[in-house]
Design a binder for this molecule. Structure first.
Ligand SMILES: [Fe+2]
Length: 304
């Protein structure tokens, strides 16, 4: 059973424990989250000015949008203010910046169904982040930038938390995927041929789904081991959202984590996480239990 907690009062320790049990946490009306949304809206509005970013798909072709976002998304991700917002949000919600590591925040764009949905604007099918090399301690933080709707967000498939589902994660190697990251333009057209782990037999039409729609200024936290997907955007508006990921150092060292029932990918994303207080990386001793012995490829992607 998955519980959804809205504006809970429990502390970070209990929150992590509950998330590793499959619960989802939603906070509403968090000033630090509203600040990050506001900052991001300003940058996107500047990018597309004088047009409205929410309807930009009406005036630009998928190719133009891909070019715009290939330039913009890395600039947003690596903007020094972006990680500063992550630090302020996690601190405001009770996590100690000296005890958690985060990776850089990602901006997601979901254009109305039929629009750009490959490469730089990939619409994720049902997956666990752990199939993509995420450490089992990973907590995902997801927040809308403009108001979202049930027809354009993401959804969970809660009955699979902790229950194995046949999937092709064994085809995915995180260190090979790192070599694709500098070639995102190649995958942003008709052919996105990257490996995307998914359930081998799909999900039935009557699969129980959980869809939460936090308000702007709100944020939702869930385990990277939850089975979830971007849903096809059935609204006329482009959905912009931010997600980032954290892990707690003690959880990593003591192995406290989500179940990871059916993960067979190669490699780990743990080296991408930096301590929020000072930018420190995990040591190779910390990473080793989560790595795959002998795995070859690019361990850490460095943007050019
Ligand atoms: Fe995901």
């Amino acid at each position: 059973m998955v519980n959804v907690h809205v504006d809970p009062v429990f502390d970070d320790e209990e929150r992590r424990h509950r998330i590793f049990s499959g619960d989802v946490i939603v906070y509403t009306g968090v000033p630090a989250v509203a600040d990050f949304a506001n900052f991001t809206r300003s940058l996107i509005s500047e990018l597309f000015a004088p047009e409205d970013p929410v309807t930009i798909h009406r005036s630009r072709t998928p190719r133009q949008l891909a070019d715009d976002l290939i330039e913009f998304k890395p600039r947003f991700i690596h903007h020094p203010e972006s990680i500063a917002h992550v630090r302020r949000i996690t601190t405001a919600l009770g996590a100690d910046p000296g005890s958690i590591h985060a990776d850089v925040p990602k901006l997601r764009t979901a254009f109305p169904d039929g629009g750009l949905n490959t490469g730089i604007a990939y619409a994720f099918q049902a997956h666990r982040d752990t199939w993509y090399g995420a450490p089992p301690q990973q907590i995902n933080w997801w927040m809308p930038v403009w108001p979202a709707a049930a027809e354009n967000v993401m959804e969970f498939y809660p009955r699979w938390f902790g229950t194995a589902i046949e999937n092709n994660s064994s085809d995915y190697n995180y260190y090979v995927a790192n070599t694709w990251r500098s070639r995102i333009k190649d995958f942003s057209g008709a052919s996105d041929v990257r490996v995307h782990p998914a359930p081998v037999h799909g999900l039935p039409a009557d699969e129980p789904r959980l869809c939460l729609v936090p308000p702007v200024g709100g944020i939702m936290l869930f385990s990277g081991d939850q089975l979830h997907a971007s849903i096809p955007n059935r609204t006329p508006a482009t959905r912009y959202s931010i997600d980032f990921r954290t892990v707690n150092v003690t959880d990593v060292r003591e192995g406290r984590a989500a179940p990871r029932a059916d993960v067979e990918c190669v490699g780990t994303a743990l080296r991408d996480f930096r301590r929020l207080s000072d930018g420190a990386e995990f040591s190779e001793d910390d990473v080793a239990p989560y790595d795959t012995a002998g795995a070859q490829g690019v361990k850490v992607f460095t943007p050019s």
